[in-house]
Design a protein around this ligand. Structure first.
Ligand SMILES: Nc1nc2c(ncn2[C@@H]2O[C@H](COP(=O)(O)OP(=O)(O)OP(=O)(O)O)[C@@H](O)[C@H]2O)c(=O)[nH]1
Ligand SMILES: [Mg+2]
Length: 494
């Protein structure tokens, strides 16, 4: 095998650098006809979700075809990829840069991780180069996940391998679902902030490393967490200084929420102890990123920028829109080229922090949708969000973020509808819509609001009942709700 694969090879090598994808391709190569996604999953011992995720990557690399027929998706080998399969005796895949024997169960028999090593070689990254670690924080609903997806896409398009880490107090996260739906390798850390799950954070990075060998990790901390520099980035620098190079900490602010908290406009908001957390997040930021710039006019943006610079003089303030791309280049360039240089932890009162967190009710639920006919999912999600919103408004419980995804039954990875609500006096917004009507699927609902979790549960149950009909049944499959516990960091470097 030549030491440097030619560029033609790289998409194939990257896509094949995974045991499950190798197994899928081997199954398809051996089959005279295309196979359904469900069949492929069953034959390879994969969940439907994972099979779907792998097929999407193989599809993007031009290795497999995907034909939709009613509720089924048929997967086959593309003519281009098949033409690389020589038919002499054992089935040999000739990529030009290297040859594989498809007669083997997997190249792992020639040494574990052989394929991954090939992929690593293919990107010509020296094995010793430290991985880059980016953390994109900010209060609930600030636009973190949208920004993480935009940064990850930018990096992937410039040829970098990216691994994402989501974090929440609970499980079943809309964010994880959304980022995986975009095809990114994503690990989820549930049950507390990164600060208090430091070892899980390192383990998640190791799992991603084994699966996708990322050159860049992007971590999104829980939106109600702060003190991340002292409890996460300093310990990472101290313990794993040779493994990670750490970018400046970005903290996003939703411009409307920030204008209210900084007293530039009036409107619904949170109580003082929640605002304490919000301000502490900004105090430790290296970069304060005004997100959703497309929602602001120039005067309001300049006013907000000036107020942030005045109150948080240690941070650089940028203003971006992940939706339109405005201002993103400057941020990308800092994230790619600069290291965190700040020293010393901020002062923080953990009692006030814990009390502020405990004022926020947290609710995660999954809801099965079964309709007698095909329905458009956008009005369904919007109506459910509006029902919950009305009840929150009536109770004076300010929403921090209500987000829901709906994935259709038999969905192909990437097919997911998303709706969000980030303020009581805003409208629920579709972040992503489905192309086609569906008969059923699963809703994941994440609600974070300043209110009693029991009351939030009642609101969600009532709203489900209000939206359900004899033609379209909504059944609550699982629900958890709680107030976040006191943060107890694993490390705190001052
Ligand atoms: N107009 C506009 N909306 C945006 C932009 N970025 C994000 N949003 C919207 O803001 C809402 C919240 O976005 P997320 O990315 O989920 O926010 P988050 O900070 O990850 O939220 P949590 O994880 O719950 O804390 C969604 O409705 C997004 O579509 C933007 O650049 N412009
Ligand atoms: Mg998020």
């Amino acid at each position: 095998m030549p030491p440097r694969p030619d560029n033609d090879c790289l998409p194939y090598l990257r896509a094949l650098s995974d045991e499950s994808r190798w197994a899928i391709v081997r199954t398809l190569v051996a089959s005279p006809e295309p196979l359904t996604l469900g069949d492929l999953a069953a034959r390879n011992g994969l969940s439907d979700y994972n099979a779907s995720r792998h097929v999407r990557i193989l599809h993007e690399a031009g290795i497999v075809t995907v034909e939709r027929e009613g509720r089924f998706k048929w997967i086959g080998i593309t003519p281009g990829f098949r033409s690389r399969l020589a038919t002499s005796g054992a089935q040999t895949l000739d990529l030009g840069c290297c040859r594989f024997d498809f007669g083997q169960k997997s190249p792992a028999s020639r040494g574990k991780n052989h394929l991954r090593q090939l992929a690593t070689i293919s990107t010509l990254r020296p094995m010793s180069a430290p991985a880059r670690y980016l953390m994109i924080g900010g209060f609930l609903g600030a636009g973190k996940t949208t920004a993480v997806a935009a940064v990850a896409r930018h990096l992937a398009e410039s040829g970098k391998r990216v691994g994402l880490i989501t974090n929440d107090q609970g499980r079943e996260l809309v964010d994880t679902q959304m980022l995986r739906s975009r095809g990114f390798a994503t690990e989820e850390i549930a049950g507390g902030c990164f600060c208090c799950k430091f070892n899980s954070l390192v383990d998640a990075a190791a799992r991603l490393d084994a699966d996708a060998a990322p050159e860049i990790f992007i971590a999104e901390p829980v939106g109600s967490c702060t003190d991340l520099v002292a409890t996460v980035t300093y310990p990472l620098r101290r313990i794993y200084g040779d493994r990670f190079s750490i970018a400046p900490l970005s903290v996003l602010v939703d411009p409307m929420r920030a204008r209210r908290i900084l007293g530039l406009e009036s409107g619904t908001g949170f109580s003082d102890k929640v605002v304490y957390i919000y301000r502490k997040q900004l105090e430790e930021a290296d970069l304060i990123i005004i997100s959703k710039r497309d929602l602001l006019d120039e005067t309001a943006e300049a006013e907000l920028r000036a107020a942030l610079e005045r109150e948080f003089p240690e941070a650089r303030v940028l203003s971006v829109s992940a939706r339109t791309g405005a201002g993103m280049e400057e941020w990308f360039s800092i994230l790619e080229s600069e290291d965190q240089v700040r020293e010393g932890a901020m002062e923080i009162d953990y009692d006030t922090y814990a009390e502020g967190e405990a004022l926020l009710g947290w609710l995660n639920a999954t809801i099965e949708v079964k309709c007698s006919d095909e329905i458009d999912t956008t009005p369904l999600l919007q109506q459910l969000a509006r029902e919950i919103q009305q009840r929150l408004v009536a109770a004076g419980a300010e929403v921090a973020h209500l987000k829901m995804t709906l994935s259709p039954d038999n969905a192909f990875a990437g097919e997911v509808a998303v709706v969000n609500l980030v303020r009581n006096d805003f409208s629920p917004e579709m972040g992503q819509e489905l192309d086609e009507p569906v008969e059923g699927g699963q809703i994941i609902l994440n609600l974070r609001a300043e209110g009693d979790p029991e009351q939030l549960e009642a609101f969600v149950r009532e709203s489900i009942a209000a939206v359900a009909s004899p033609d379209c049944r909504l059944s609550l499959e699982h629900l958890e709700r709680f107030r976040p516990g006191r943060p107890v960091p694993t490390h705190r470097d001052v």
